[in-house]
Design a protein. Structure first.
Length: 562
């Protein structure tokens, strides 16, 4: 995103409670008027749309106040982290339109400093090595209504703890043999303060530090100190970290180092969607989707492949706003924002997804005409194009019924309809195969109605899209729907997967202009929906993903709620 444009955009947005806090800090002189934020993803999966709100707020806050925003990977767990995720996160943030300049950092950059600070806490008598097993630590921690109890190893001497921690670091103790814990308060009403684990032993190679370390910091130990090292002023987190803030404050106060201000906000939750990276990874690993970038996934890579635009996603984040309490946003609002965006930018094209042939019996054989069609009625600069018309056409099978119900106004025997930008036609005969299936529809046309209007002023109740059969190109079209069939996928979320979330149509016809479609271009297939060229496309067979249908139900939801 252009820095000046981004700054203007962020300044134009209404304020929120996060920015109110920053304003108070700037007025009081805390942090000397500086604003330094960060976006700190864990590289254990790809980003999803929920992260877009945090990204927009982190980078948007820095832009609003002329500050900086760092990108920092909290890579403290080598078992779950992969370079694929790091590369994907970088691509996703850039796609959204944000830039961190040269300020890309890793928690692993600070492993030595974190280790030294852990030694400092041991020397201060507020950290100790514990030989309780993981299940015993959970048992000793207590519950929300019952206090925990001290570990039998809690009162070791400083010298003994230093020696054991050194042995942990040197690889002399096996995985799970012991941990380093902070010594705070096992009776604290905040369970996070009941002697949290700071380090565990993992004899695993790290993607960046290799085999240099066999002890790795826990997220709660590394996170706040990493913010401090980078001079972060405003550490903006989602609400689940609110109960962790006293722990982060305790660590920083014990060390006597720079103290950022943590501010928590409500994360973005959508209906018909899951946001757990663990569950999303399960969908990928078990083959319920084709990958992290499956267009049904809420990942940014999946939404990008489906045809969503960064502008629409940022607009959703601005519309939802920044709140202090969690809520669930209807997915219809997301669909509304992408429709609004694509309506302005998408080129109009003709595609027939379930074709049936129409023969205009009184149209001259061998004659071909050019019909002028508008590329985008919302954008005059998009101009027009020529589409060929001939005696044999394709229309959608659903646009014809041999024995229609009373309120069916499209093509049927004896009925006249309009072919968009072309002529009025009237069905005169239906040709069937030996099995009784409709093979062709025979019609006549009125040559006086070229362009789609009758000189005598007569009206028709339906307008159909069409393609010239000899000039149409073939394509594959993938109709994507919501991955889940229930607004709130439950604990057994796999049971809530929508079995009709993908329909593949392999024998569709498209106008010739779409045969040269380019990556990154958006199209509205008239009367059908918005579509985007998939990377699976080949020169011989383009593949189009449906981004969203044309039907917008957001207004109805607003009316119902209002």
């Amino acid at each position: 995103m252009n820095e000046q444009n981004a700054l203007t955009e962020s300044e134009a947005r209404p304020s929120n409670f996060v920015w109110d806090i920053v304003d108070e800090h700037n007025a009081s002189g805390r942090f000397g008027g500086k604003v330094v934020t960060r976006f700190p993803p864990e590289p254990n999966g790809h980003l999803h749309i929920g992260h877009s709100k945090a990204i927009s707020l982190d980078f948007g806050t820095a832009e609003r106040y002329g500050g900086t925003c760092n990108l920092r990977f909290d890579d403290t767990n080598p078992v779950k982290e992969e370079q694929e995720y790091i590369d994907g996160i970088i691509e996703d943030i850039k796609w959204l339109g944000f830039d961190w300049g040269d300020r890309i950092y890793y928690a692993s950059d600070y492993f030595q400093q974190l280790y030294q600070w852990a030694v400092q806490l041991i020397k201060q008598g507020v950290a100790y090595v514990d030989h309780l097993r993981a299940d015993e630590i959970r048992e000793y921690r207590g519950t929300l209504t019952e206090p925990g109890k001290n570990s039998p190893y809690r009162d070791r001497t400083v010298e003994e703890n230093l020696k054991l921690f050194e042995q942990m670091k040197n690889g002399e103790i096996p995985d799970g043999g012991c941990v380093l814990r902070a010594k705070i308060d096992m009776a604290s009403p905040n369970i996070n303060l009941r002697d949290p684990v700071m380090y565990r032993i993992l004899h695993e190679s790290h993607p960046r530090t290799g085999d240099e370390w066999c002890i790795y910091p826990m997220y709660d130990w590394a996170h706040g100190q990493s913010d401090s090292i980078e001079g972060i002023t405003h550490s903006i987190c989602t609400l689940e970290f609110e109960d962790h803030r006293p722990l982060y404050d305790w660590f920083i106060d014990q060390l006597g180092i720079h103290h950022p201000q943590q501010i928590e906000f409500a994360r973005l939750n959508l209906t018909y969607t899951i946001m757990s990276k663990r569950k999303l990874k399960q969908l990928v690993d078990e083959g319920h989707v084709s990958g992290w970038d499956d267009p049904r996934m809420p990942t940014l890579s999946g939404l990008r492949r489906r045809g969503y635009t960064p502008e629409a996603i940022r607009e959703l984040c601005d519309t939802v706003g920044v709140a202090k309490s969690n809520s669930v946003v209807e997915v219809e609002l997301l669909e509304h924002t992408i429709r609004q965006d694509l309506n302005r930018r998408a080129l109009r094209r003709i595609a027939v997804l379930d074709p049936i042939k129409v023969v205009i019996v009184n149209y001259p054989k061998g004659m071909v005409e050019e019909m002028e069609m508008v590329n985008n009625p919302e954008d005059e600069s998009a101009g027009t194009r020529k589409v060929l018309f001939s005696r044999e056409l394709y229309i959608e099978r659903e646009d014809f019924m041999e024995d229609p119900p009373r309120k069916f106004y499209r093509l049927s025997p004896g009925r006249e309809v309009r072919l968009r930008y072309a002529y009025f036609i009237t069905c005169t005969d239906v040709i069937k195969d030996v099995d009784g299936e409709i093979k062709e529809i025979h019609c006549t046309y009125d040559p006086e109605t070229k362009g789609g209007n009758a000189p005598d002023g007569r009206k028709v109740k339906a307008t159909l899209h069409w393609l010239s059969a000899p000039h149409a190109k073939t394509a594959e079209v993938r109709l994507y729907d919501r991955l889940f069939s229930t607004p709130e996928p439950g604990k057994d979320f796999l049971n809530d997967i929508n079995p009709n979330s993908l329909e593949v149509l392999e024998n569709c016809y498209i106008e010739s202009a779409l045969a040269d479609a380019k990556a990154g271009e958006h199209y509205q297939f008239e009367r059908t929906g918005y579509f985007y060229l998939d990377p699976d496309s080949t020169d011989d067979k383009p593949v189009f993903n449906r981004t969203v249908t044309l039907r917008d139900t957001w207004a109805k939801i607003q009316k119902k709620q209002g």
